[in-house]
Design a protein around this ligand. Structure first.
Ligand code: TEU
Ligand code: CA
Length: 571
């Protein structure tokens, strides 16, 4: 039988603190701002809130560079504010999970400051240091050829000790040395610190990178145009990962805590099931990115890739079937703070189809098997910044560094144009624009010009305009959550099967539990299609949701509008 668990039934809402709500008029979102919007979150019908990092940080990477794990950054508030957030969420029957960033710290963390100060520091071995490699002309070179996630080498030279330190992300984000048992103890104590405070669990950042191949071999050349090469095969899902996650899992279990691990660059089900298998006691679920990386080519995030709706549903199907056959669990999502908005990436976006398209994508992801995650603004159908915004508008180091690198490499105009187009689809800043609360100045996010520009569509596209509109994207998502609760057996625990699996335009699936059956139909076509309904569904069903608001009978042939979506309960 199925294993039931509260964390399988939860609906999660992700908040990006800098961009949610500014309470004190400095143009930056903060925790008191979040506290003032809990009724909004509650009214959407979510169970659990995940806040991105708000710990003390120099914010080279928007808080994913932590300088003190036990304090809140003054820009975001105080410890009292976070205590109040925990309390107020609990009072409303919701839970809170925090972002645990322990693959690396900030270079301003006391551990790293000490490690850098002397080779004899007791903290030196908290990080990863290596001697330079000596080149043909006696020059000092990085110990290997791996590429950092934010461009350039993963190694940074330290003159004083004549050694390089390792950083998968920015130079200001040195990786912790998990081989050192003291580092692991420190991390586990930090986790306990927050759990003891009443936090209900964690999203574990970049957690599949914590165990590296100790040899640090050169990576094969897969991107010939680049000086450095992706080394993921040597640091993603490394040799001791399951040992470390076993320790993490023990702590989580003690507190009955929620856990979701972020695991980029790995799509191997056999490795993933070792993390999320029900009896493994490592993590509840992980974010893997095979689906949402579908538009990324071999050259990485900003290389284009052509894909088809058929591939999109095949990837979903692969993970749905795999998890149900192996007693694992999926995390379902289309958006987060690390990419462009789903409307601009997963369908042929035009303003005319905005509402219908957002609801179609919601239907596609919303009734699959797994724990559902929604990123702030996704419930309103928010989109990317306008196409004519120049490179100067982008704030995020991932995009800025990539752009600098192209200029430095003397990239052709053609290559620059391609990059700009890809930024417009995928850059992280799109999801980080201020939340659109209402039609007042700065979208009601702040009383002053925010740290990043407000999208120009806010007068029409905002929360105030949608919360009381029964046909809004907001209302549609709420209906999905209501249905998941009302039909929990079939929609949370039921079996998943594709329907008409070979169809190139229509993605339809069935959920079933005993005699209960749900049918979900979504069209990924921007024009009308005729869908031949499989025999077993040509009977009376009850339509529960429809993005065009049509009440259709299930019959042998159905005419589907562009991006139409609907959901039936049959018995
Ligand atoms: O992202 C980890 C990660 O693997 C990145 O390569 C991610 O895929 C990239 O941002 C996509 O553009 C996490 C956080 O989600 C991200 O915001 C942080 O910048 C990163 O870790 C470093 O902490
Ligand atoms: Ca503020």
């Amino acid at each position: 039988g199925v294993h039931r668990a509260w964390w399988k039934e939860a609906i999660v809402y992700q908040i990006y603190p800098a961009s949610f709500k500014d309470s004190n008029g400095d143009g930056i979102g903060d925790i008191p701002g979040i506290n003032s919007k809990l009724d909004y979150i509650k009214s959407l019908g979510v169970d659990l809130v995940w806040i991105c990092p708000c710990y003390k940080s120099p914010k080279v990477d928007m808080g994913y560079d932590i300088s003190d794990y036990r304090d809140i950054d003054p820009q975001y508030g105080t410890m009292t504010d976070i205590d109040q957030l925990i309390e107020s969420l609990h009072a409303r029957g919701m839970k809170l999970i925090m972002d645990m960033v322990v693959n690396h710290t900030s270079d301003k963390h006391e551990w790293f400051k000490s490690a850098l100060s002397s080779k004899d520091s007791p903290y030196r071995d908290y990080y990863i240091w290596k001697k330079p490699r000596i080149g043909a002309n006696g020059e000092k070179l990085p110990p290997n050829n791996w590429l950092s996630a934010f461009s350039g080498s993963v190694w940074k030279y330290d003159e004083k000790s004549d050694e390089y330190y390792f950083h998968l992300f920015a130079t200001e984000q040195p990786d912790l040395n998990w081989e050192n048992p003291k580092v692991r103890q420190e991390v586990y104590e930090v986790m306990r610190f927050w759990l003891d405070k009443g936090v209900d669990g964690f999203r574990m950042d970049a957690i599949n990178f914590i165990s590296k191949d100790p040899v640090f071999p050169d990576a094969p050349v897969t991107v010939p145009s680049s000086k450095y090469q992706p080394g993921t095969m040597y640091y993603a899902m490394g040799p001791r990962l399951h040992e470390y996650l076993g320790d993490v899992g023990k702590i989580l279990k003690e507190y009955n805590a929620f856990s979701v691990g972020e695991m980029a660059h790995v799509f191997d089900p056999n490795e993933i099931i070792k993390v999320v298998g029900f009896d493994r006691n490592e993590l509840n679920m992980i974010f893997q990115f095979e689906l949402t990386d579908i538009d990324m080519g071999l050259g990485g995030k900003y290389s284009p890739n052509k894909w088809t709706p058929r591939q999109f549903k095949d990837i979903s199907n692969k993970w749905q079937v795999f998890m149900q056959e192996n007693d694992g669990w999926n995390a379902l999502f289309l958006e987060n703070h690390d990419s462009g908005r789903s409307l601009e990436r997963f369908l042929n976006y035009k303003p005319e189809i905005r509402s219908v398209g957002a609801k179609m994508l919601a239907t596609f992801i919303g009734f699959q098997s797994g724990t559902l995650f929604l990123y702030q603004g996704e419930e309103l159908g928010l989109v990317n910044m306008p196409k004519f915004w120049p490179i100067e508008k982008y704030k995020d180091l991932e995009t800025v560094n990539y752009h600098k690198q192209l200029l430095h490499d003397g990239a052709s105009q053609d290559a620059m144009d391609i990059a700009m187009r890809e930024f417009q689809k995928k850059a992280r800043d799109h999801a980080r624009l201020p939340f659109q609360w209402d039609s007042s100045s700065f979208a009601g996010f702040s009383t002053v010009q925010p740290w990043i520009d407000v999208n120009e569509d806010y007068k029409e596209w905002n929360a105030a305009a949608q919360v009381n509109d029964p046909f809004s994207v907001f209302a549609y998502w709420r209906s999905i959550f209501d249905l998941r609760r009302a039909y929990k057996d079939v929609l949370v625990y039921g079996k998943f099967e594709l329907v008409d699996a070979v169809n190139e335009k229509v993605c339809a699936y069935k959920r079933s539990f005993g005699s209960e059956v749900a049918l979900i139909v979504t069209s990924f076509s921007d024009s009308t299609v005729i869908w031949t309904v499989p025999q077993e569904f040509c009977k009376a069903g009850k339509i529960m949701l429809s993005n065009y608001g049509d009440v259709k009978e299930l019959q042998a042939e159905m005419v589907l509008h562009p991006y139409e979506a609907f959901m039936y309960i049959l018995n």
